[in-house]
Design a protein around this ligand. Sequence first.
Ligand SMILES: O=C(O)CCC(=O)C(=O)O
Length: 262
Amino acid sequence: MRLSDSQINDFNHYGYLFFPELLDKTEISLLQRAMPEILGRDGPEVIREKKDPSVTRLAFGAHIYSEPFKRLSLLPRLLEPVQQLLNENVYIHQSRINPKPGFGGGTGWDWHQDYGGWHEGDGMPKPQCVMVGVFIDDCSIAKSPLLVVPKSHRDGFLDSIQLHRDADGYSLYVLDRPTLEKIAGEHGIEPLVGPAGSVCFCHSTLIHGSANNVSPWRRAIMYLIYNAISNACTGTERPWYQNNRDFTPLRVINDDSLKELK
Ligand SMILES: O=C(O)CCC(=O)C(=O)O
């Protein structure tokens, strides 16, 4: 999929692009079918909710060990726009599924910029990477959607941001309140809502967060972090599922490849 010049300008201006239903129902049902096995894995790549360890908070690396998610990550609809936005070849630095189950089981994410964790934790030189969010379930306002602050990527990685490191080693660079008040006061906050199969492309310094999902419904999103080859990470501390060390440039596969698993 080729982005138009105006879509590229919008990404640079607002810090994100949103495409409703970029994947069709067959593709989504194949991804949904793969979810229970992924969320039930017992390796360190699956992080549990602190208040209820029976609930999965994040599943890292599914694009490596799950065939449907591997194919998803290489579809031209995802990979070509990222190559255009970064203007070069890319590899996947990290992927994570945030299943966000209902009834409050899927807890929120404080306001943060993702780039901080990759820069400080993995030695990513510049914010030359794009986070692609693929909606595995419908994401409505009722399901505590992903919230973004448009244009907040423009100031780069913010000094006022503070590192919060979880015991499981998952770090978040969380914004202080006055900074959020100022930036959100200027630019507002947008919820990214749409049916399953919708896709967002976000700049790595775009401020985002979400609330606890108190609805009765799950709203899973797969986040694929594509990094420019020239921006490969230099750190080696974090494991394969958080800091992938294979910098081989990705090549697109046939656009029907995911559907062929049916
Ligand atoms: O999906 C969400 O609720 C937010 C996830 C998030 O902010 C992240 O993974 O960086």
